[in-house]
Design a protein around this ligand. Structure first.
Ligand code: ATP
Ligand code: MG
Length: 208
């Protein structure tokens, strides 16, 4: 990555199994709202948290993210986690990004707000909270007081920088898309057409 000073970078981690419009809307919204130069989508290799089901292979998930992000000049896909054969931890990924971005205020980790309120269970979370800013995506429903309270608590306790943002397309999920494929139902308009064709061509998610 080339970033000669002054770059503002977003990093969006996920299993992307498969990537869908919820992810893409979130990336684009955060990019414009926080004036980011580039948003990196980082498909996880072997996730530390999601082990209850077998994921689609790394290369397929990477290729789907690459196809889905191709038409946005501000989006990139990173192989950093899929090329690593160990379990992926966000702290290690962010440290690698920080090698090229000296300023913690110029690096934003983007994720669901529900993930952020569990951050105290992540590996080396106190160190991680000092390495970048955080943006948590919330559902467009008012009054999630538990979420706001917990976020405030983490901000106070660890002097973290966490901002919440509301995303309109939050109801779309990869779980729902996989279930629809296995039931032979349409997934049209939930994700880019290129990704939809790829899923059908490769026969992904048929026996969920
Ligand atoms: P699964 O259903 O398998 O859990 P997912 O749809 O939640 O998949 P992930 O790959 O787990 O997708 O999500 C990557 C990141 O994108 C997470 O931070 C998640 O909170 C966020 N995200 C997922 N779906 C949406 C959506 N519809 N709108 C905004 N953000 C989303
Ligand atoms: Mg999820």
């Amino acid at each position: 990555m080339k970033c000669d000073g002054g770059c503002r970078i977003g990093v969006m981690g996920g299993t992307f199994d498969p990537i869908h419009y919820g992810h893409l809307v979130l990336g684009e919204q955060v990019r414009t709202q926080f004036n980011l130069d580039i948003v990196y989508f980082v498909p996880v290799g072997d996730p530390a948290h999601k082990k209850e089901r077998k994921l689609a292979d790394k290369l397929s998930r990477y290729e789907m993210v690459a196809m889905a992000t191709m038409t946005n000049p501000y989006f990139r896909v990173s192989r950093i986690e899929i090329d690593n054969n160990d379990v992926s931890y966000t702290v290690d990924t962010i440290k690698t990004f920080r090698k090229n971005i000296a300023d913690a205020d110029s690096l934003y980790f983007i994720t669901g707000a529900d993930a952020i309120i569990e951050i105290e269970t992540w590996k080396s979370f106190e160190e991680l909270l000092g390495l970048c800013k955080f943006i948590g995506a919330t559902r467009p429903t008012v009054g999630d007081s538990h979420l706001f309270q917990k976020t405030e608590e983490i901000v106070r306790k660890y002097n973290a920088d966490i901002m919440l943002t509301t995303v309109p397309a939050l109801a779309i999920s990869s779980t729902d898309i996989r279930n629809r494929v296995s039931r032979n139902e349409s997934i049209r308009y939930l994700l880019p057409e290129s990704v939809e064709s790829y899923i059908h061509k490769k026969g992904l998610y048929l026996d969920e």
